[in-house]
Write a protein of this length. Sequence first.
Length: 142
Amino acid sequence: MIKYSTEKNQHINWNEAINVFLRAPLGKYKREPDKLKRAFLASYAVIYVFDSDKLIGLGRALCDGEYQAAIYDVVLLPEYQREGIGKKIMGKLCEQIPVENIILYASPGHEGFYRSCGFKKMLTAMAILNPNMSNPGSGYLE
């Protein structure tokens, strides 16, 4: 049975969370368990998805509470993709965000998924990125 939790203080096995990142499309960008835990605990909104007791997906959002928010680290194990779970992750994150402007990075090749969740491609977004994301061929920069 699939369960969704928006409680920050979940007892998450962060090594298991890293495994979800490695198996999902975000696996190219290396994350460390302690840093990932701190990032999720410092986030405005979180979502964890379990199949029984197994962590299968997660995501988080930063927000100023008034104007702007950004969604990060939305991942789901490949064997659970295309079942509507990813859209529920996005919906449950957006429900927790009390602002109208929400941005995100789409993993290269997954822009269509975010379009199906109501996001539109921006024309003027710019970034200073980690070398892993800014190297030629990463798919994040022109």
